[in-house]
Write a protein that binds this ligand. Structure first.
Ligand SMILES: CC(C)(COP(=O)(O)OP(=O)(O)OC[C@H]1O[C@@H](n2cnc3c(N)ncnc32)[C@H](O)[C@@H]1OP(=O)(O)O)[C@@H](O)C(=O)NCCC(=O)NCCS
Length: 300
């Protein structure tokens, strides 16, 4: 049999998730962190495939899935959501070939900026991305804590949350906030989150002004969070912590970039612990996040 690279199909995505989970856990266990990933329905992968099939690629040999790459494009930004190779097949050039195919997606889409989130303890992925013009920008820590610990001394939220709906007015506000916070509109991704029954989104208001948004998952996970100006990020994260703590999950978690100091202070001040150190890598000129907390390494 021979190794082939081909566009991914919907029926590949469950197997690709199994491969990604095995590859992540192989890496995190090898580095002493224990397993990080668990299987989940590949809903966002399927959404991306329907939206823009050019970003999803498979490496296979005789029907065996050896590697998977998945990128999406929004506005002028290309984002690498996943790149995973079967642990037994790593180091033989498969990751490099898959990355080239997804970078072609970036080129064809006319993307100006390229970005991704990887594991800061993976020398291989970082070395590979560097070879393709993606540079280390900002550490991102995955924090978590028991809900009871976070709830201790948590003040009343500074901002008011209004549930996100799919009205044109709400979408317009979300687009405006994203343009300020990350520089590109993500309406399609807000619509995806709206369709996820395990996630609730809120527009955040100070008095009558809309200053940001935050999403909370049933699992107690916070993110994405974006704000109109950097100086309200602390209030936004505090409000999101309170919303997450009011939920039923025993855990609260979030991905916090090193540039978001107010959120980091709140996280450590309320007993959250770093569990996995990650890293934003991006092409030159991509500005780092001071008004944005990503949801996870795939969604951004
Ligand atoms: C990262 C990953 C996708 C790369 O795929 P792969 O098939 O193993 O990688 P390749 O063989 O194509 O390329 C490896 C390249 O990494 C680079 N590399 C490896 N170790 C390196 C080091 N210590 N310093 C710098 N660069 C290094 C080299 O450029 C190497 O290519 P070369 O040997 O031709 O010079 C794969 O190893 C993997 O799935 N890892 C675990 C999960 C993961 O971290 N995925 C990335 C998530 S964003």
């Amino acid at each position: 049999m021979s190794l082939v690279y081909r566009p991914a199909r919907a029926q590949d995505l469950a197997a690709a998730d199994i491969l990604a989970v095995a590859s992540i856990n192989d890496l995190t266990v090898r580095h002493g962190f224990g397993p990080m990933a668990a299987l989940s329905a590949p809903n966002f992968q399927l959404f991306s495939l329907k939206d823009d099939p050019d970003g999803l690629w498979i490496a296979e040999d005789g029907g065996d899935l050896l590697g998977f790459a998945w990128s999406w494009v929004c506005g002028d930004v290309w984002f690498l959501a996943q790149l995973f190779v079967d642990p037994a097949q790593q180091g033989r050039g498969i990751g490099n070939e898959l990355l080239k195919l997804t970078l072609e997606h970036a080129r064809k889409s006319g993307a100006v900026h390229k970005a991704l989130i990887t594991f800061s303890f993976n020398r291989v992925s970082q070395g590979l991305y560097l070879r393709h013009g993606l540079f280390p920008k900002v550490p991102i820590y995955f924090f978590d804590a028991a809900r009871e610990r976070v709830m201790e001394e948590l003040p009343e939220p500074a901002l008011r949350g209004i549930p996100i709906d799919d009205s044109a007015a709400t979408m317009e506000r979300l687009v405006e906030i994203d343009l300020r916070a990350i520089g590109f509109p993500r309406e399609k991704h807000h619509r995806y989150l709206l369709s996820d029954p395990a996630t609730t989104g809120f527009l955040l208001c100070a008095g009558s002004e809309y200053v940001g948004y935050s999403y909370i998952s049933a699992s107690g996970h916070i993110g994405p969070v974006a704000v109109w100006q950097a100086d309200v990020l602390g209030d936004a994260f505090m409000t999101a912590m309170k919303m997450a703590a009011d939920g039923a999950s025993g855990k609260i978690s979030a991905f916090l970039p090193g540039t978001c100091e107010s959120a980091l202070n709140l996280a450590v001040g309320h007993g959250m612990r770093i569990t996995f150190p990650m890293l934003l890598m991006a092409s030159s000129g991509y500005s780092t996040w001071t008004q944005y907390l990503p949801r996870n390494p795939g969604f951004m």
